[in-house]
Design a protein around this ligand. Structure first.
Ligand SMILES: [Zn+2]
Length: 136
């Protein structure tokens, strides 16, 4: 999905800012996400690690769950800031795909450079989704 250059830059900035709040004392791999809902609202997320490692949560899913908790269901774009432009893990791709394969995904490195622009559908081809459960 297309967004204005202004909004793209805003999302990049918000993801970089959010990254400052990441709680990643174990991996030291801080991630910040800024998720733009179709309403225009922006939801932030960071990775939140835990001493019991599997209890940790990624920045992308934190942002999606915050947004959905506030009533948002459709998203235009998500910007994700990491040290090296890392892409969303499989679980985050699946969660993002639930709410739209067209959502723009913008990856950003620690210098603030956009390293990739793609879509959820491109990151998760042949995604299992709501359409597979319609007839149940
Ligand atoms: Zn993830």
């Amino acid at each position: 999905m297309k967004i204005t250059t202004e909004m793209r830059n805003e999302l990049v900035s918000r993801a970089l800012d959010a990254r400052q709040n990441a709680y990643a004392p174990y991996s030291e791999y801080a991630v910040g996400a800024a998720l733009l809902a179709d309403s225009g609202a922006i939801f932030h997320g960071v990775n939140v690690e835990n001493a019991a490692y599997p209890s940790s949560m990624c920045a992308e899913r934190t942002a999606v769950f915050k947004a959905v908790s506030e009533g948002a269901r459709t998203f235009t774009a998500i910007a994700i800031a990491t040290d090296n432009g890392g892409s969303p893990c499989g679980a985050c791709r699946q969660v993002l795909s639930e709410f739209g394969l067209e959502t723009l995904v913008i990856l950003i490195n620690g210098e603030g450079d956009v390293t990739l622009e793609t879509s959820v559908g491109e990151l998760l081809p042949e995604a299992f989704g709501p359409r597979h459960l319609v007839d149940r």
